[in-house]
Structure formats: C-alpha cells, structure tokens
Design a protein around this ligand. Structure first.
Ligand SMILES: [Zn+2]
Length: 433
C-alpha cells in the first residue's frame, strides 16, 4: 500500500537568487497559461484534453519563448493546464458554468528531473541555472512532520511544489514523501519496482540512421537531415548576397520551414523509440551522454548537437507519461567493445558501419553493436544501485530476439520478431525460458 505525506519546509534561498526563482515561476505560469489558452476552445470547438497532443503542439515553441526553461518545467506547465482544462470540460458536461483556466498563484512543480532533493537541502532548476536552497529545520524535529517524513530515510521524495508566501517573503517546499520501506526495513516497493528492469539502448548518429536501438531498429534519417542543412545553407548564402528585404524574408521562411521539418522528424523518431521501448516492455532507455558531444564525437555539427538534445528531451517527456525512465551513460568504448564477448579494442571496428570482433568474429552493424553496449552500461549502473540498497529485481538488456542479463544469460522473448536474423547471440541458439 502506498503511503504519501506532504511536508512543508521553509527554504533558505540566497538573497541574490530569489529573483531567479520568481522569474522561473513567471515562465512556468506562462507555459501553463499559454497551454490553457491553446487547449480551451469552448464554445466554438472541442477542448484539447490530451497531454500528448498539447505537448507535441506546444513544447518546442514554449521552450523557445521562455529562454529555454527546463524541459521538465515546460512539460509540467503544459500538464497543469491540460488537467485544468480536463476538469473544466467535465464541469461543462455536467451543465455547470466555467471558463478558460487561468493560473496566477505562486507555484512551480518540481520532480527529480528538474530538482535534486536531499535531506538537508534541495537544488532547483531555474531560468538562470540551479539554485541550492537549504531547509530551515527546527532544533528538534522529532515528532514533527519534518522529522517523521522529510528526514526519514524510509521515505523518498516525489513530485513536489515550490511556493512563495508574499506576506512573510519566504519560499516553501511542499515536499511529497513516499514510504519505501516498512518498520522492519522491508521494501514496500510497488509491483512496478519489483518487476524486471529492461533497458533499451539508443545509439545516435550523424549519418545513416539517426537512432539505432539495441532491439535492432534503425530509426530516422540523418542523411536527409544533412542534405536539408546543406541546401538550406546554400539558399541562405545566395539570399544574403542579394541582400534585399524580400530576400531576407524568404530566407526567414525557408528557415522556419526547415525548422518545422526538423521538429517533425525528431517527434517521429522519438515516437518510434517509445514504441520500441513499449513493444519490448522496457523500464529504462539509455542514451549516451550528450554533454560536449561536439568535441567528443567526430562530424557532429551544431545542428546535430541541437537535434540530439532535442530528441533526448522529446523521449524524456514522452516516456514520463508511460512510466519509463531515461538516462544518459558515459559512451567511452561503446563503439569498440564487442557486445557478444566483451572484447574491447580499437581494431574491432572494421569500417564506419561494420563491426567485426577480432576475438570471437562476431560481425554486425557498428551502430547496432554500440547501442547494445549503451544499454549494458545503464544496466550495470542500475544493478550497482540495487546491490547497494536492498532487494534486487533482475536486470536485463532488450535485444532483438530476447533479453540479455548482466552475467550473460540469454532469454529468447516469447513474441520474438527476429526473422532470419539472430545476430544477438551467434554462438548459442536462443532457447525459450
Ligand atoms: Zn567478440
């Protein structure tokens, strides 16, 4: 049984950072109000009550209009609007009078994607980087909600709300705490926590397929993206030479058109990744770390770095709705390691697109091999987290024809769709479990 308690704790916000929190609140409410205005179409049309629809229509635009407010805060703002519109629609259906939702109360919703919760402080994303705020704790917290829940290791932080009291000019965190273990220290993990952890690995590329998954899906077209980028730059160059106002305007409209194409393409790719994760009942999706990717990975242009980050954000917010976690892993050696025997050497990669293991002879698409190694890296991390705490649900990678556990055990999936291709485990035939 789930036990959740809300604890109000005052925050000690550095004076010079208060304004960052106020501005973040303004932009968060801007997202909510913009989404409400977009979704509320009564009485002329049907109101939009689908979060997914609202997010795909508004997310990119709101991120740009808000100076890139944290992706998760944009999403939470849209979500708040859609919840209000949905309950407004329910009132209309009951014949009650209501109007377009509007938000002006001081409040911002944070979860572990936009905040890091500690027992003595919280680090909050703002429009100007993170702000660390210490809790103002009572001298003796014993018997108070703070002592019982906030400081209690048997409780974990869930989605919480930041509020501001104009009267006392103070910030408060309304922390929602969920019980994770019972009195005997036994995990009260829900079914969700106890089920198998299955990781989908995703490898991103600047040519060929934009994304390749550990289940062998080749998604999106990076070549088309490059082609459009070159064409666009050519057109822009010649128009800038013309230098007229109308040339500038048509350059702008081409830019808008290409931008829309990119957004659509990235949505398509993110949806395919999500489908793949759902088909294989994955609990996690692993991407390589996208920080500094331009200096690390050959051939990554500014456009690619932008597209990769945007794709990651799309996947992150879409998976949140279906309860799948997305994480980034260190990509070191993921292209040199043999995903079959583990042998790691730079000579393993015969060509850009073909991987051949110098030890076991395993041969497969190089990006596909890398995506399996990316999945494995997250798997190892999840496994080490588990062994450091209690319990230990089985961890596994999602592969084309089944799943691979950390110790190399292979299970063929019941509804395997691998047709004529059994590259996952060439030395051993897939045996049903
Ligand atoms: Zn090998």
């Amino acid at each position: 049984m789930e036990v959740i308690r809300t604890v109000k704790v005052k925050l000690d916000v550095p004076t010079e950072r208060c304004d960052d929190l106020h501005q973040t609140k303004d932009q968060f409410l801007y997202c909510a109000n913009t989404a409400a205005a977009w979704a509320w179409r009564y009485p002329n049309d049907c109101c939009v009550t689908s979060r997914e629809k609202a997010e795909s229509a508004l997310y990119g635009r709101l991120r740009e209009e808000t100076d890139y407010l944290h992706a998760n805060l944009v999403q939470k703002g849209i979500r708040r609007a859609i919840e209000a519109v949905t309950s407004g629609v329910a009132r209309l259906e009951k014949g009650e009078n209501t109007s377009q939702p509007h938000f002006d109360a001081w409040s911002v919703v944070y979860d572990k994607r936009s905040a890091t919760f500690h027992r003595d402080r919280v680090s909050l994303s703002t429009v100007n980087g993170r702000v660390e705020c210490e809790y103002v704790l009572p001298g003796n917290a014993e018997g108070t909600p703070i002592g019982e829940y906030l400081l209690n290791e048997h409780y974990e932080f869930r989605t919480s709300t930041l509020q501001y009291d104009r009267r006392t000019k103070s910030f408060y965190l309304h922390a929602r705490m969920r019980r994770t273990t019972d009195e005997q220290g036994q995990s009260t993990a829900s079914r969700e926590d106890a089920k198998h952890r299955t990781v989908l690995g995703v490898d991103l590329n600047v040519d060929g397929s934009l994304a390749v998954t550990s289940t062998g899906a080749f998604i999106g077209n990076a070549d088309e993206m490059n082609h459009r980028r070159r064409e666009f730059e050519k057109t822009r160059g010649s128009m800038q030479q013309a230098g007229t106002r109308s040339a500038h305007l048509s350059s702008q409209s081409i830019q808008d058109r290409e931008h829309r194409w990119m957004q659509d393409e990235l949505h398509r790719v993110s949806n395919r990744i999500l489908d793949e994760a759902r088909d294989y009942e994955c609990t996690h999706i692993a991407f390589e770390n996208l920080t500094d990717i331009r200096t690390r990975m050959a051939g990554v242009k500014r456009l690619h770095a932008w597209a990769f980050r945007r794709l990651f954000e799309y996947v992150e917010y879409k998976t949140e709705m279906v309860g799948i976690e997305v994480e980034q892993v260190n990509p070191a050696y993921t292209s040199q390691r043999c995903s079959s025997c583990g042998f790691t050497h730079e000579t393993n990669r015969r060509s850009k697109h073909q991987f051949v293991c110098q030890t076991c002879g395993y041969e497969l698409n190089a990006d596909y091999n890398a995506s399996k190694n990316i999945a494995r890296k997250l798997l190892k991390r999840l496994h080490s987290r588990q062994t450091s705490s209690s319990g230990g649900a089985p961890c596994q990678c999602a592969l084309t024809s089944g799943t691979l556990t950390l110790n190399g055990e292979f299970h063929a999936s019941v509804n395997s769709t691998a047709e004529g291709e059994s590259t996952d485990k060439p030395t051993k035939s897939a045996v049903g479990n």
